[in-house]
Write a protein that binds this ligand. Sequence first.
Ligand code: SF4
Length: 482
Amino acid sequence: MKILFKGHQFKYETEATVKLFIPGRFEFLYDAVYADGDIVCSQLRRGRENIYLFASCRVSGKRARKALKLPKEKEALCEHEICRLVFECLKKITGITPPWGLLTGIRPVKKMTALLESGLDKKQCFEALEKKYSVTQRRLELAYDTAVYQMPLLKSVKSGSISLYISIPFCPTRCSYCSFVSHSIESAKKLIPDYVRALCREIEIVGKIISDLSLSVDTIYIGGGTPTAIEASLLDIVMKALSDNIDISSVREYSVEAGRPDTMTEKKLEVIIKNGAGRISVNPQTMNDDVLKRIGRRHTAEDMINAFKLARDIGFKNINTDLITGLPGDSMESFKDTLSKIRELDPESITVHTLTLKRSAELYRENIEAFENNPAAKMTEYAADILPAAGYRPYYLYRQKNTIENLENIGFAKEGMESLYNIFIMDETQVILGAGCAASTKLIDKNGKITRIHNYKFPYEYIGRFDELMKKKNQIYEILGE
Ligand code: SF4
């Protein structure tokens, strides 16, 4: 597929629009006169008083054209309007209606929240987003419900409060769809004690920054990877480093991503609860054993049920479970069965992700055809119907690039059992200090400008270049100390 630009260079947004309909790689041509094969062409021509925009698309022998005239003073709208013309042509040719319309950003709820905060009512918000982005009614409802849930929680964030993210990037095996920086426990075994030592040193440094700047910790999230993949004694060392170096008395939510059920032992769960974390996430992704095998997991649905019950017996009152729609080999029937089994366990929150096709994932490289005719959209809509009826409300929502059918990930929670950390990280209103491999620190200055500091991606690099990395942390003083 070729994308041809004439008289403009709105490459990024045009490509994102084409990807709503046609996955894959594109060849970009600028001001070429002719190109054969499938093509999306958009053109901008300036007249004396007006700007003329055109789109013409040819895909699998089908064609569509659209044109628009804009007065010169509306030049700032050209990029969006050219994308709209391309969108309408491809919608006509392919018969696809992208659920989020032209809205390609990863945080659709932020747009809804901004409109609500500007004083518009629900109907006006819907009209505005429908008109500008052609968002479907169903997604407007979803974004609205999520925004309404979040607004009072976002207002509860106190000035000077921060969230803390601690990364333990190891997993028992690598899932075939995984594109995170996670290392199998087998291959990284020798590195783990050194990693834990470095992480504890970074926690000490971050603790000093928090105290020097009189910040208060609002939420803590220990994620990865699978933090429970390391031994209980090492997890205890990390969690003790947190309470020894940081005042956690102000913490409203302390989560550990237990992740894979096959890593959860009584000892590890006791370490987590004893060190003050009250929320865990147990993530089967599916309750279909064949699909679990196919995605490279070593546990069964029964292991998940046992791990969940063990966590309840030990005293966890806030448990999340993560699921993924569109996994290879999964069907609508099997997804319904997964949801019903999860609901029997009665977790406080259920996060429904849609499979994402990242090139770094083994699944993408090996089995790309598995994504054709994927029932992910039906599964996601089924979850969005069934879960609110069962008392779970959507409370956070985000999109990722390369997700099947441009769908979304939705966190559903029982009233009052949502994850604050998830909301804050998506809304970008709270400073996040990260520690550990691949963790990122997000600083927000008094004008709302965001600066990110990224830790090294790989454990050996994180350990070997630790002092160099810590120098970068001085930026925290510069930005937050103002
Ligand atoms: S458990 Fe999560 S981080 Fe670990 S390999 Fe699977 S998808 Fe990646």
